[in-house]
Ligand binder design. Structure first.
Ligand SMILES: *Cc1c(COP(=O)(O)O)cnc(C)c1O
Length: 364
């Protein structure tokens, strides 16, 4: 007999992007840039930072368990009701809440291979089984997913855009998928990168929630630059929200995160600047990668999956020594790839300089 549950023994731990300070310490480097976790290179919304300083004096109190003001603000922002919203300690936690609220212990979830690892990890930690379907041309294959749905399936998780590929499923594809979704299956659309979309056929996911079993996940971690605070939300119809509220911990989102999120929502300037930096950086990186003769997957998010034509983990390690942190794709079974987050112009330039050196065989 083992003290540890059998499902825990089988799970490979999540490997986060390498932190800047740790890299400096381990390699004795002074200048390190991190392009590994799809964070906002501009920092955080100034309005959010101001709200955080103001909120410091209330830290002796528990946060508002209902998240009243943030939900009211979001509801106005999205033209929905506060009852449509569930707050989470990042959207990671909302994945956990969804599984706890809706997926029985003998039921399963279906998702894709080479997608956000947390679906599989969180479901497995909860002892739920996970069925995965290969990507098709780096894209979620909704037809194949539909064929995998059986009597035991309770939820389908789709990252749209997908991380780590940056591809998306279109409005037409999702419409069709939802039309054929069995009655008691929940579709989760995880839209962590919605701000960066630059195409016209992206689904209007909030339009589904009224009549269908659809939950949409959003986060303040990426475009709003608040990854360290941990705050995200789920949009669903009120009945489903009420069950998620039961499954969550009473103080899952902290007071500073709630206040910062309220302020960040008003910071249109910051969002506009962020989007501009990402779209310009994307153009620059595409050009440079073409010049280097490297294939990449066109992305609608703030990161690019690049085929480096050799072991991606080795390229990651060599780039690290030059002070550039990217992400290797071993955990996603994409051996010859790295994923790079689009950074500031000077960070993108440094990334390309160092990538050239490493591919040339320079060692440090
Ligand atoms: C980054 C990311 C999230 C955001 O997670 P948080 O817990 O809100 O920081 C969610 N889904 C995907 C696909 C992501 O890449």
């Amino acid at each position: 007999m083992s003290l540890v549950r059998k499902n825990i023994l089988k799970i490979a731990p999540y490997e986060a992007g390498k932190p800047i300070e740790e890299t400096k310490r381990q390699l004795g480097l002074r200048e390190v840039i991190k392009l590994a976790s799809n964070e906002n290179p501009l920092g955080s919304s100034g309005r959010a930072l101001k709200a955080i300083s103001k909120g410091l004096k209330g830290l002796n109190r528990y946060p508002d368990s209902s998240g009243f003001y943030l939900k009211r603000k979001l509801a106005r922002h999205l033209n929905l009701e506060p009852g449509n919203l569930v707050l989470g300690n990042g959207s990671d936690e909302l994945i956990d809440i969804l599984i706890k609220a809706f997926v029985e212990e003998d039921e399963s979830i279906v998702t894709s291979e080479a997608t956000f690892l947390e679906y599989k990890i969180i479901a497995s930690v909860n002892g739920r089984s996970v069925i995965t379907v290969p990507l098709k041309y780096f894209k979620y294959d909704l037809d194949a997913i539909r064929r995998k749905i059986d009597k035991k399936t309770k939820a389908v998780f789709i990252a749209n855009p997908n991380n780590p590929t940056g591809t998306y499923v279109t409005r037409q594809e999702v419409d069709e998928f939802i039309r054929e979704l069995p009655q008691d299956v929940l579709l989760v659309l995880d839209e962590a990168y919605d701000t960066f979309i630059d195409v016209n056929d992206f689904p209007n996911s909030l339009g589904y929630i009224r009549n269908k079993n659809v939950a949409v996940l959003k986060t303040f971690s990426k475009a709003y630059g608040l990854a360290g605070l941990r705050i995200g939300y789920c949009v669903v119809r009120p009945e489903l929200a009420s069950y998620m509220e039961i499954a969550r911990q009473p103080f899952n989102t902290n007071s500073l995160a709630q206040e910062a999120a309220i302020a960040a929502l008003d910071d249109r300037e910051f969002l506009k600047k962020t989007r501009k930096i990402v779209l310009e950086g994307k153009g620059f990186l595409y050009d440079q990668l073409k010049k280097l003769g490297l294939a990449y997957v066109p992305s609608v998010a703030n990161f690019i999956l690049i085929d480096v034509g050799r072991d991606g983990a080795a390229v990651f390690r060599e780039m690290l020594k030059f002070g550039v942190i990217v992400r290797d794709m071993r955990q996603y079974d994409l051996k010859n790839y790295i994923r790079v987050t689009i950074g500031l112009a000077k960070e993108n330039e440094r990334f390309i300089r160092v990538l050239k050196k490493v591919l040339r065989g320079d060692r440090r």
